[in-house]
Design a protein. Structure first.
Length: 524
């Protein structure tokens, strides 16, 4: 069993004057002014409910990109019915044919669809060109190509036999349909959550976050252009709880592939638990959730490397990455140099629309998010125990802009050291050099999350101590690097504790969750 050997998609730089930059700028302008009418995709139909809702840009919220057709409970039922109608033929399709469809989607995305997906992510989610490229092009392509390889590994798993007995494993899809419930912040995650179960022969109902619909609908078109049969993935725009009511009380509900906040996942888990008697089996529950990701520097660390880890790790995509560094622990001997380097670095970060490729910082996703983040900032600014080292200003008159903000606290349990803010804010605590081991304990116990974390050190004993003391504090642990930017196939991604079920997106561990294996023993 072999598929084309995957290699990570090279990241384009979009250098000034390059043909790819011109194409991306042109596509951005075209999409910005097209006023798209965006249907749901259910079975073979493009469904227009007539209940049109505006698609806006976070960096210019009065500009309307188009309208999507919002659905209601009846559309959820239609999507489930369409999925179940497609199920038998799709589940029985040779896995090579299923893989071929998604490998073709990857090739289309690497070529003619690349600029469209990148521009849509820049417009709808306010990502700069580079962040859009690593997300909606490279990571999405990698998910599809590496998952095809992991399919071969799963289907190749067979047991031993003995003379007169032939044992076999049949890696069946789940019995029923899978619900993909996807977040706003990564186009690639939104695409992978329905694609991964579908690749394993499952049929899917996909509900994206409303703030990500603009790019999601292009992903759906891409899958169709690659030959995905009708009904295998059904894309609906329905309010979360309304969709949940129908999905989680359906007898054929077989699993959920979720990425989003811990609070929403907790509710979903409880609902599924309460409704167990309604289902045919135990649904697969795969969820990647929130984070409170840390950077800890040892006294032996290089101050400039630590500062770069902080500014890049905390502020790429305005801190709206589940892996974004949002708390840092710096020893007193390094602090003056780290602080200066952070302040100098932040002076080079321009803020504004992604339309200007020079803007590193764009807007946060929507007003709700803006209000949540700035509430933390207001409280911090009014607290005499908190010092604002950089940033702290915000303005929502045109777009939801918040300056990259660095807070310094005296108390390592201060609220912004513990809770997920999901914005461009990092809080720093400076510790006495002799207290390194104690600070590891503080990191381990002051937040319920365990997604990503970094140690910066030149001392191997310190690295080993942190690696063992923080055993369960992060699902992705980085040594001398920022805690963001996991690459499919290289750093399987996911966290434990309140950060999710740790089924490692972009790995065979995730894909295997979308099978239910039958063992066959045949005696001759
Ligand atoms: P969210 O939880 O608000 O939304 C996720 C999805 O759930 C959306 O489609 C939303 O419409 C839906 N939803 C919301 N309330 C619902 C309800 N009551 N019933 C059913 N569905 C509901 O998350 P978000 O704001 O889109 O994304 C940000 C969050 O995602 C952050 O917490 C971040 O840490 C997390 N995240 C985690 C990872 C990871 O790999 N661990 C990756 C990306 C994002």
């Amino acid at each position: 069993f072999k598929v084309p050997q995957p290699v990570n998609e090279p990241v384009k730089s979009y250098a000034p004057g390059s043909p790819e930059r011109k194409e991306l700028q042109q596509t951005y302008q075209n999409l910005k002014n097209q006023q798209l009418d965006v249907p749901m995709y259910i079975g073979h139909e493009e469904v227009r409910s007539g209940n049109k809702q505006p698609l806006t840009m976070p960096h210019d919220h009065q500009h309307i990109l188009g309208y999507f057709h919002e659905g209601d409970a009846s559309h959820v039922t239609r999507a489930i019915d369409a999925a179940l109608a497609a199920r038998e033929q799709w589940a029985n399709m040779p896995w090579q044919s299923r893989a071929a469809i998604f490998l073709k989607a990857a090739d289309l995305l690497a070529g003619p669809w690349r600029a469209t997906l990148n521009a849509a992510t820049m417009l709808g989610q306010s990502k700069n060109a580079y962040q859009a490229e690593i997300d909606s092009a490279c990571e999405m392509i990698d998910f599809l190509r590496f998952n095809a390889k992991y399919m071969t590994e799963i289907y190749a798993q067979q047991p031993e036999s003995s003379p007169g007995v032939w044992n076999r494993l049949e890696h069946r899809p789940l019995e029923g349909f899978v619900f993909a419930l996807t977040p706003f912040n990564f186009t690639a995650i939104a695409g992978n959550l329905p694609a991964a179960p579908a690749m394993m022969g499952n049929v899917v109902v996909w509900k994206p976050a409303y703030t990500q619909i603009f790019a999601a609908q292009f992903l759906m078109q891409l899958f169709r252009a690659a030959g995905l049969p009708d009904g295998v993935i059904n894309l609906i725009y329905v309010d979360g709880p309304v969709a949940g009511d129908v999905i989680f009380s359906h007898r054929q509900f077989a699993g959920i592939h979720f990425t989003g906040s811990t609070a929403v996942f907790n509710n979903i888990w409880k609902t599924i638990g309460n409704n167990l008697h309604l289902y045919r089996g135990y649904p697969r529950i795969v969820g990647e959730t929130g984070g409170k990701d840390f950077i800890v520097a040892h006294p032996s660390a290089e101050a400039k490397e630590v500062a770069t880890g902080i500014t890049r790790g905390a502020f790429e995509y305005q801190g709206q990455k589940c892996s974004a560094a949002s708390r840092a622990y710096i020893p007193a001997n390094l602090w003056p140099e780290v602080k200066q380097a952070i302040v100098d670095d932040l002076k080079t970060f321009k803020m504004g629309s992604p339309e200007d490729f020079g803007n590193f910082i764009n807007a946060v996703i929507d007003e709700k998010s803006f209000n949540k983040i700035t509430k933390y900032l207001e409280a911090a600014k009014n607290d005499p125990e908190v010092e604002v080292i950089a940033g702290g200003n915000f303005d929502k008159s045109v777009g939801y802009f918040i300056e990259p903000t660095v807070l310094l606290v005296k108390d390592p349990t201060y609220v912004t050291m513990c809770e997920e803010i999901f914005g461009p804010v990092i809080t720093i605590y400076v510790y006495e050099e002799s207290q390194f081991e104690n600070i590891l304990e503080v990191i381990n116990t002051t937040s319920p999350y365990a997604l990503t974390g970094s140690i910066f050190s030149r001392d191997r004993y310190a690295i080993d101590l942190a690696t063992s003391k923080l055993l369960h504090a992060a699902g992705n642990f980085y040594i001398n690097d920022k805690p963001t930017g996991a690459v499919v196939g290289q750093q399987p991604f996911g966290g434990a504790r309140a950060s999710g079920t740790n089924d490692k997106a972009g790995s065979v561990f995730n894909l295997i969750r979308w099978t239910s294996t039958r063992t066959i023993k045949e005696t001759f």
